[in-house]
Design a protein around this ligand. Structure first.
Ligand code: SAM
Length: 176
C-alpha cells in the first residue's frame, strides 16, 4: 500500500495544489496523505470530498510538523520511502523493483525547494522524466505506473454519489 507525503505546505500559496495532490492520491489508489504544515481548512475540504466520493473508511488525511521524522520512522518500521524529483533515476528503471515490495510505500513530493536531506535519506530518488514539471503530474504518473492502470477501474464502495459514465452530459446518482 502507498501513502503520500506532501512537503512544506504553505496555506496561503499551496492550497489548490496540495488539495489536488490529496485528490490524486485518493483517486489513484493511495491509502492516505500526510501534509507537512498546518491547515485545518484544507484537511476539512479533503475529508468532505472523501465522504462524498468514497474512501472515508480508510483514507487517512493528516498534517504533520516534520516530514524528516516521518521519513525516518517509516524506514525504521521497514517501509520504503520514494522521493519524486526531476534529478532522480527514471521511474521506468525502478518500477518493477518497487512493485515487488510488500511493505508500505511513502511517496514524497515537494512544493518549492526540497531540503537536500531528502535526497540522501530516502530509499529511492525517482524521476518522472528528468524535466521540471509538477508534483500533481508526478504523483499521478507514479501511481498509475505502480498500479498498472488498474486504479482507473476502482469503485469506492462507501461513496454517497456515483458517476454513471455518459458519452455526453453528466449523470450522478446516489449510491446504495
Ligand atoms: N525546483 C524544486 C526543487 O528543485 O526541489 C521543485 C519544484 S516542483 C514544482 C515541485 C515538486 O514536483 C518537486 O518537489 C517534485 O516532487 C515534483 N516534480 C517536478 N518535476 C518532477 C519530475 N520530473 N519527476 C519527479 N517529480 C517531479
Amino acid at each position: 500500500e502507498a501513502y503520500v507525503l506532501r512537503l512544506s505546505h504553505r496555506p496561503s500559496r499551496d492550497k489548490r495544489v496540495t488539495t489536488h495532490v490529496a485528490l490524486v492520491a485518493r483517486a489513484f489508489g493511495a491509502k492516505g496523505v500526510f501534509i507537512e504544515g498546518e491547515d485545518t481548512h484544507l484537511i476539512d475540504s479533503i475529508k468532505k470530498a472523501t465522504e462524498v466520493w468514497g474512501g472515508s473508511s480508510y483514507f487517512k488525511v493528516e498534517t504533520i510538523s516534520d516530514g524528516k521524522s516521518l521519513v525516518s520512522q517509516w524506514r525504521n518500521k521497514g517501509g520504503i520511502t520514494i522521493h519524486l524529483t526531476m534529478y532522480g533515476i527514471n521511474v521506468c528503471e525502478k518500477i518493477k523493483e518497487l512493485s515487488s515490495f510488500e511493505v508500505p510505500l511513502l511517496i514524497i513530493v515537494g512544493s518549492e525547494k526540497v531540503d537536500s536531506w531528502y535526497y540522501h535519506n530516502v530509499d529511492f530518488n525517482l524521476a518522472i522524466g528528468n524535466q521540471p514539471h509538477s508534483e500533481i503530474a508526478a504523483l499521478a504518473i507514479f501511481l498509475d505506473r505502480l498500479y498498472k492502470g488498474l486504479e482507473l477501474h476502482y469503485i469506492f464502495e462507501d461513496s454517497k454519489l456515483r458517476v454513471i459514465p455518459q458519452e455526453a452530459g453528466k449523470k450522478v446518482v446516489k449510491n446504495g
